[in-house]
Ligand binder design. Structure first.
Ligand SMILES: [Zn+2]
Length: 152
C-alpha cells in the first residue's frame, strides 16, 4: 500500500504537461494506493487515473479526456479489463502524449474496471479462468504498458 499524504504529492505522479489539469476536488488525504484509483472531474469532462506501475512499483498519473460518442447500443470491449458493455459505459478516452498528439483507447469511461472485475461477469464478457488477483495484475500491466509506450 502506497500512502499519499496530500495533493502536492499526488500531482507529482503526473507529468508536468498534465499537472495543471488535475482536479482533486472530492479526494480525501491521506489516501492509500493499493493497485489504482480513479476519479472524475466534477464536470465529468476528464477522468484521472493513478496506478502502481508494475515494473517500478511507483505510482503514475494519467489525465484522460472523455469523448462522448453515440454508439447506438453497440457493445464495446474495454481494452484494459475486457468487460463488454453497451451504451456509454465503454468509450474513447484520450490522453495527451505531447502538446499536439493525443492517444485514444477504448476503456470503461469511469475507469471502474476494478469494480467490474470484482463482480460476476456480464453476459457478454469473455469467459476467462484467471483469478481476481491475476486479473488486477493484468489490468495494472495494461495501464503500465500504455503509460510507458505512449506517455512517460
Ligand atoms: Zn474496463
Amino acid at each position: 500500500m502506497i500512502r499519499i499524504v496530500n495533493e502536492t504529492q499526488l500531482k507529482e505522479f503526473f507529468r508536468n504537461l498534465d499537472q495543471d489539469e488535475v482536479s482533486t476536488i472530492g479526494l480525501k488525504f491521506p489516501m492509500g494506493l493499493k493497485d489504482y484509483t480513479s476519479w472524475l472531474e466534477p464536470s465529468g469532462h476528464r477522468v484521472y487515473l493513478v496506478f502502481r506501475d508494475t515494473e517500478s512499483q511507483k505510482p503514475r498519473g494519467i489525465v484522460f479526456t472523455r469523448t462522448h460518442s453515440h454508439t447506438d447500443g453497440i457493445s464495446k470491449m474495454c481494452d484494459w479489463c475486457h468487460s463488454v458493455r453497451g451504451g456509454d459505459s465503454i468509450g474513447l478516452l484520450s490522453a495527451r502524449a505531447s502538446q499536439n498528439l493525443t492517444i485514444g483507447v477504448e476503456l470503461c469511461t469511469d475507469l471502474s474496471c476494478k469494480e467490474k472485475l470484482a463482480h460476476t461477469p456480464g453476459v457478454n464478457d469473455v469467459r476467462e479462468t484467471l483469478s481476481p488477483d491475476e486479473k488486477i495484475e493484468r489490468l495494472l500491466k495494461k495501464m503500465s504498458d500504455f503509460a510507458r509506450h505512449h506517455l512517460f
